[in-house]
Ligand binder design. Sequence first.
Ligand code: HEC
Ligand code: HEC
Ligand code: HEC
Ligand code: HEC
Ligand code: HEC
Ligand code: HEC
Ligand code: HEC
Ligand code: HEC
Ligand code: HEC
Ligand code: HEC
Length: 293
Amino acid sequence: MLPAHWPKWTTILIGLALAVFTIPLALVLEPAAQALMPRPTPTATLPMLTYAAPPSRECILCHTNQEALRQTVSDPAELERLWIHPNDVHSTHGRLGCITCHRGTGGTTDLAVAHQGLVKDPTLHFEEECTLCHRNLPDEIPGDRLRTPHSSLVHGLAQGVTCSDCHGGVGHGFDPVSGNVICSMNVCLDCHRARNLRAELQECRACHIGPHDVAAALSCDDCHTSTVRWNETHLAVHPVELVGWHAQTDCFDCHDWPNFGGLRYVCSDCHQRPHDFGDENCERCHTPEGWNK
Ligand code: HEC
Ligand code: HEC
Ligand code: HEC
Ligand code: HEC
Ligand code: HEC
Ligand code: HEC
Ligand code: HEC
Ligand code: HEC
Ligand code: HEC
Ligand code: HEC
């Protein structure tokens, strides 16, 4: 590496000199590099707020503590419902602080005083506190193919539907950000049924947007037999009888995904004749039971 006539200790000297130069250089460059690094940009629809959580310490201490709750609760059966998992306090919404959403009075362990001015369902009375951050709520979530009627239902009081009906107590126990996004389908259906909404609002297609263009005469549940998985399907009546091998063939081996229709039931449209004799009217000699039948 080094010229042969240089003494060995020059290596050490060069090493030392390098170290003396690079360390301060790195110290100078580090903040510059930090400043240049790409930062995650916040979601455009969520405005930045200058915000200090009101002092919710006492609310938290009591509500995350089974023992403290037990001493003050009037109905012990309610304990489970009222207890808040300590982790939830640090979730995206939890960090807003109890009082931001529920009002009440901070700085006291006296139940009656703490609960003065308490709001049980903040989304019933102050839904604008949610919409402050969440503007332009979508009426459709395309990837999930789900209708989310925010614009017609967002004004909870008018329709008697609140954010919490679908999103639960977002600050705790039901944190949409950690994955538990919305109520289960049954919550939607139960309310639609309980309120006796128009029949079409109880059909699958009221909420689900299918990937396929199906004849109006067919509803989703003519084919979809499960409300958990879309790939459980069964079609009772098919325009042409599916017999023999065709009964076991996947729908989309014949049909072009994602739509049905546009097919003709002529054997030679889909099958090729491997022999010279005969003609294109395969069904004169064959059935879907098998070519050798
Ligand atoms: C000393 C314990 C204690 C403190 C402090 C406390 N709570 Fe409670 N909280 C309770 C108990 C107990 C209940 C059930 C009410 C009852 O049994 O009368 C409750 C009920 C609630 C409810 C649910 C009402 C319902 O029936 O759905 C909310 C919301 C609530 N508290 C929020 C708060 C907030 C916000 C604060 C702070 C400002 C707070 N609590 C401070 C003990 C406490
Ligand atoms: C201070 C601002 C703020 C407030 C107020 C707020 N949120 Fe959020 N919310 C957020 C942020 C930040 C996220 C995470 C967004 C993301 O990850 O894209 C979020 C996520 C959500 C999600 C899940 C979205 C998704 O893409 O999974 C729902 C649902 C939600 N919030 C409902 C509510 C409700 C209901 C309220 C009122 C009780 C509320 N939020 C109040 C900031 C807020
Ligand atoms: C009728 C039920 C219902 C009501 C009421 C409702 N939402 Fe939603 N919301 C949904 C559904 C369903 C989704 C879609 C969730 C998914 O597929 O990820 C959603 C999605 C969201 C998202 C995520 C949007 C995105 O772009 O990903 C936010 C934020 C949200 N809701 C906030 C609210 C707020 C705030 C309110 C009250 C003002 C509210 N919602 C009322 C059903 C509802
Ligand atoms: C982002 C807003 C938000 C924050 C922050 C928040 N909550 Fe809630 N909380 C809600 C909503 C929404 C509900 C559902 C109300 C309903 O369904 O009637 C709820 C329900 C409750 C309930 C009733 C539980 C139940 O399942 O019926 C209690 C108790 C409660 N909150 C206490 C607290 C305490 C204590 C804190 C602070 C640690 C807190 N909340 C922080 C929005 C919030
Ligand atoms: C607390 C009751 C309640 C719950 C829960 C509920 N809905 Fe509804 N929904 C309603 C009411 C009320 C209407 C309005 C009916 C009308 O316009 O006649 C409605 C209407 C709708 C509409 C038609 C809206 C329009 O503008 O055309 C859709 C789509 C819908 N809901 C989807 C859902 C989904 C998805 C969920 C679950 C995430 C859900 N709903 C949960 C009460 C509810
Ligand atoms: C009132 C609204 C509503 C109606 C009506 C409805 N669903 Fe759903 N469905 C939902 C919501 C909301 C989810 C998402 C639940 C979740 O993510 O946990 C869902 C989830 C599903 C899923 C699970 C796969 C997925 O996309 O997440 C299937 C399958 C399903 N529904 C099928 C059906 C069928 C079949 C019907 C008709 C019999 C039907 N649904 C009627 C609202 C509805
Ligand atoms: C004629 C029968 C039929 C009808 C009607 C029908 N589907 Fe399907 N759907 C199918 C079949 C078959 C599949 C493929 C299942 C599989 O993956 O094995 C499918 C798949 C799906 C999938 C999964 C898509 C994917 O990307 O994997 C969704 C979502 C779906 N259908 C929603 C709907 C909705 C919503 C309706 C009503 C508007 C509907 N379907 C009507 C037969 C039907
Ligand atoms: C052997 C091939 C084949 C298989 C497998 C098959 N189809 Fe078909 N399908 C056809 C043909 C051919 C037609 C057109 C019949 C006609 O219009 O006379 C058709 C028509 C349809 C139609 C009517 C379309 C319209 O616009 O009127 C629907 C819906 C349909 N099929 C759904 C399904 C479903 C769901 C499955 C799976 C369970 C399936 N098909 C399996 C060949 C098939
Ligand atoms: C005139 C009668 C006739 C017509 C028309 C005809 N076939 Fe055949 N096909 C036969 C006979 C006979 C065999 C031999 C059956 C055996 O091996 O037992 C055969 C065998 C076959 C085989 C099986 C070959 C093998 O190696 O096992 C296929 C595939 C086939 N036909 C497809 C077709 C198709 C597709 C058409 C229409 C485009 C068609 N055939 C039209 C009489 C016919
Ligand atoms: C719309 C397309 C389509 C039409 C029309 C059609 N088939 Fe099929 N057929 C299929 C598909 C797809 C399969 C299963 C995949 C495969 O093995 O090629 C199949 C399988 C078969 C099989 C078993 C295949 C094997 O390899 O053993 C026979 C036999 C058969 N069809 C006969 C017929 C006869 C006879 C007709 C006319 C009456 C007909 N098919 C019309 C699409 C069609």
